[in-house]
Ligand binder design. Structure first.
Ligand code: F6R
Length: 245
């Protein structure tokens, strides 16, 4: 696990984008794993700048979302499909028909679970993820693998932690509108990506970053599984690095 501390959120975004670009395969169309949320927005803007000046081209890329809410129609503006269309496809030029998102619209648990299994199969059929972009929750989650998630889990239905629903209430009219469940890539699925680039900024992430980077490898802090990945890069600003030794 490589840890890079940048002085500001902006410079962290730039360093993280370089880590993504350096992980793209030569001679084949890239397959990106895509996080939503606030953390990677600057990184996506840096990738857009790289596209604009000819250093990158995502026009034939595939993207795989980390997660999706259960129960929101795919057209809901806060569904992660719509968020990724707005914040990634339209920003870096990744084609919408190359965007894959777990299907959270199934009416029954069996349908949702079938969609989750199909998602892992689609990642495998695409040849696996070259670079998985990650944020971290204040409780140490990655994707929506909340504390106590199995470290070898595959894509599956999960209940969102109360803390996560509270944190994500800012995207909805009220906390009660935040879905209670999600489909998330499992930690085992995330770990299959050939490179992981996690970006965290701000003091609200400092404790989670400390546990992930310097704590024991433990399901209590799901992000600590990154310690076990041979090609994981964690990019922090100084505030997010504040609790590191
Ligand atoms: C998003 C995701 C989450 C976020 C995390 C941090 O697809 O999987 O793990 O990365 O909740 O969210 P922000 O960046 O909004 O603080």
């Amino acid at each position: 696990m490589e840890i890079i501390v940048a002085p500001t959120p902006e410079s962290a975004a730039s360093v993280a984008a370089q880590a993504v670009l350096a992980g793209l395969p030569a001679g084949k169309d890239p397959v990106l794993g895509l996080a939503t949320g606030s953390s990677p927005l600057g990184l996506y803007a840096e990738l857009a700048a790289a596209v604009a000046d000819g250093r990158a081209d995502f026009s034939a890329a595939k993207g795989f979302a980390l997660d999706e809410y259960v129960g929101l129609p795919a057209t809901h503006p806060e569904s992660y499909r719509q968020v990724l269309v707005r914040e990634v496809c339209e920003v870096i030029g990744l084609p919408v028909d190359g965007l894959n998102v777990p299907d959270g619209t199934g009416a029954t648990l069996a349908e949702l679970e079938a969609g989750a299994a199909a998602y892992d199969a689609a990642i495998a059929a695409a040849g696996g993820i070259d670079v998985q972009i990650l944020g971290i929750g204040a409780n140490g989650h990655v994707g929506f693998n909340e504390p106590a998630s199995s470290l070898s889990s595959r894509t599956r239905v999960k209940r969102l932690a109360a803390r996560t629903r509270r944190d994500n209430a800012r995207f909805f009219a009220s906390e009660s509108e935040v879905p209670t469940h999600c489909i998330t890539q499992g930690l085992g699925t995330v770990m299959d990506a050939r490179r992981l680039v996690l970006i965290a900024t701000g003091e609200a992430k400092a404790n989670a970053v400390g546990a992930a980077v310097e704590g024991p490898l433990s399901a209590s802090c799901p992000a600590s599984i990154l310690q076990w990945h041979a090609n994981a890069i964690v990019v922090l600003d100084e505030a997010a690095a504040a609790s590191l030794q």
